[in-house]
Design a protein around this ligand. Structure first.
Ligand code: SF4
Length: 64
């Protein structure tokens, strides 16, 4: 599974890295950084899905 963030629409709400701290982090401006693009660990998969579902800008995509 691959996690991608569209930084053109990420607005820095921070929902992703609050809900999925093992997958997402904040850059210096509060925007999303993906910690690990390829994820297999079930807990990381859960966090990736949670972050994607709760992003107000729908900036996070999960592929594969
Ligand atoms: S929740 Fe969405 S808008 Fe907010 S920081 Fe994460 S990717 Fe960006």
């Amino acid at each position: 599974m691959r996690v991608v963030v569209n930084l053109e629409v990420c607005n820095g709400h921070g929902r992703c890295y609050v809900l999925g701290p093992d997958v997402f982090a904040s850059d210096d401006f509060g925007h999303c950084e993906i910690l690990s693009k390829e994820i297999t660990d079930p807990e990381h998969v859960r966090q990736a899905q949670l972050g994607a579902e709760n992003c107000p800008e729908r900036a996070i995509s999960i592929e594969g």
